[in-house]
Design a protein around this ligand. Structure first.
Ligand SMILES: NC(=O)C1=CN([C@@H]2O[C@H](COP(=O)(O)OP(=O)(O)OC[C@H]3O[C@@H](n4cnc5c(N)ncnc54)[C@H](O)[C@@H]3O)[C@@H](O)[C@H]2O)[C@@H](O)CC1
Ligand SMILES: [K+]
Length: 510
């Protein structure tokens, strides 16, 4: 797991590095600038010119250090300084003076500079200190950088692309688009949430001498990015003396007339996710069609007709006997009574339950259902479903995904998987995990159905929450990434991702 910080926590860590660990700010800046110069050189080629754009704060200071290192290594550097020179921070002043012996201390107005294809731009205008939309000469400098990049120059951003909000991942207008972002010490929230993640380009977190002990833990407010080693490590290799009973039995409550595919995809996700046994409870008229997609699945016909309601409680309680996990929702026939049925069912079954799709829309009508549940719950809404669960309009919710997910998980004491680019997994204790895998090829029907099954399978195999949730989301996205690397994004479909899980298991030797 990689810890992700806000601007305020990063500032506190910088200060602690100085006060408790003897790493003064100029030394940190020296390290930062050196890493930045390394990345700039990597983007260049013989004949490249290096344009270093520095702002008034310490981010600009990092740029000045980088300019010195680039010059010392024999590369042509043009310096652009934006803002009042007299207001430079003391560290930046020092580093500007340090350029004098080399004669590269005289800044050029950005309007007189041209960067072309092959050139490299170092964006050191703003970092974590950006507090408002860049205007005037600052906005113009960003426009120049955007123009130079459009003309083929490469851009390396110091800490953050200038214009990106450190905490929200939302860009002010205008905002730099980077090829590489070199971030110092720790990842920042805005770099791991979209659209910030895309604006950063290739994100690299480098060590500038701030120890992890300089970060004060914040119980209930932590954010982590899941790494592949975490997800792989959560799934134990199989022992040779095991059998299908060792890997759990998933009951999928899903499907209806016209939506039997949703049940089949959830069941396929559970099978490919490694469940020992999978049973689908569904309306009797669609059982055969569900089984037609996967003969490995067992059917549990629900004889009544119409939407799921209290009349289905007894058959479902019977179906749930000796099952290790319930996955409820993909394509269920939903009506006014469905919420009451779910309330009764969840209050009587003590195994974990994954609620997806129409099960979420049903519980959205009375969230008390969640409180009465006997076993642990995982909810897997997409933003539209999350909006129905919270009453927050989708557009607003997407701008505050971490906070909305965290609040919901802790208020209702459930694990919440908020899907979308950079899916979030929120634990009731307030910890939020960001998933880095997945791609826009997954923007097609059925992906969520498969995920609900994979999640069910991992819970059935004994993974606990929240590990089961972030592992399922990671593996599901990685399956899609591996598939897309060979076949492109446009034609990716949900059943590919279910099948493609085998590539993940091969890669992880599981
Ligand atoms: N010890 C430290 O604090 C270190 C800081 N480092 C660098 O310093 C950065 C943070 O430095 P600062 O806190 O000085 O902040 P920044 O350099 O990001 O920018 C802050 C400056 O810009 C001004 N400003 C903010 N928004 C503006 C806007 N919209 N228009 C015009 N001016 C605006 C502020 O008044 C301030 O002068 C980090 O991102 C990192 O790159 C690194 O050098 C490592 C050490
Ligand atoms: K920057």
């Amino acid at each position: 797991m990689r810890r992700v910080l806000t601007a305020a926590r990063m500032r506190a860590a910088d200060q602690a590095a100085e006060s408790r660990f003897g790493m003064p700010s100029p030394l940190l800046m020296e390290n930062a600038g050196r890493w930045l110069a390394d990345a700039a050189r990597e983007l260049g080629s013989p004949g490249s010119r290096y344009v270093v754009v520095c702002g008034p704060g310490n981010n600009g200071g990092d740029g000045l250090v980088a300019a010195r290192f680039l010059h010392i290594s024999g590369l042509p550097v043009t310096l652009v300084l934006v803002g009042d020179r007299a207001k430079l921070t003391p560290e930046s002043q020092r580093n500007l003076h340090a350029l004098e012996p080399y004669g590269i201390h005289k800044p050029q107005p950005p309007g007189t500079v041209e960067a072309r294809a092959g050139d490299v731009v170092v964006d050191a205008l703003f970092g974590t200190g950006l507090t408002r939309a860049p205007a005037g000469e600052f906005a113009e400098a960003i426009q120049h950088m955007l123009r130079w990049r459009a003309a083929g120059a490469k851009v390396v951003a110091a800490d953050l692309p200038s214009g990106l909000h450190t905490d929200t991942g939302e860009p002010f207008s205008p905002c730099v688009e980077a090829d590489i972002t070199v971030t110092f010490g720790f990842l920042k929230q805005g770099q791991v949430l979209e659209p910030g993640a895309t604006l950063c380009g290739d994100l690299r977190c480098v060590d500038i001498g701030i120890p992890s002990e300089a970060v004060t833990p914040q119980a209930g407010r932590e954010l982590y990015v899941v790494e592949e080693s975490d997800a792989r490590g959560a799934i134990a290799p199989r022992r040779s003396d095991t059998h299908k009973g060792s890997y759990g039995h998933v009951l999928v409550v899903a499907g209806s007339h016209g939506k039997s595919g949703a049940a089949a995809m959830s069941a396929l996700g559970a099978l490919r996710g490694g469940a020992g046994l999978v049973t689908v409870a569904t309306r009797s008229e669609v059982v055969e069609s569900v089984l037609g997609h996967a003969p490995e699945v067992m059917g549990w016909p629900l004889e009544n007709r119409g939407p799921l309601g209290l009349k289905d409680l007894e058959p479902l309680l019977e179906a749930a006997e000796k099952k290790d996990v319930l996955v409820i929702g993909p394509g269920i026939p939903r009506g006014d009574e469905t919420m009451k049925l779910l309330g009764e069912l969840l209050s009587r079954v003590d195994v974990p339950a994954v609620l997806d799709a129409d099960a979420l829309n049903a519980v959205a009508t009375d969230l008390e259902v969640l409180r009465r549940a006997k076993g642990p719950l995982v909810l897997t809404p997409h933003p539209g479903e999350m909006s129905r669960l919270t009453g927050v309009p989708t557009k607003d919710l997407q701008k505050a995904r971490v906070e909305v997910a965290r609040d919901f998980a802790s208020t209702h004491e459930v694990t919440l998987v908020l899907k979308g680019a950079r899916t979030l997994i929120a634990h009731p204790d307030g910890t939020v995990y960001v998933n880095p895998t997945g791609n826009p090829g997954m923007a097609t029907g059925g992906m969520g159905d498969v995920l609900s099954g994979v999640l069910g399978a991992l819970l059935a195999q004994g993974l606990k929450l929240p590990e089961a949730a972030w592992t399922a989301v990671y593996a599901h996205g990685l399956s899609a990434d591996l598939m897309v690397a060979r076949r492109g994004q446009l034609g990716l479909i949900a059943t590919d991702v279910a099948k493609g899980l085998c590539n993940v298991w091969t890669r992880w030797n599981r």
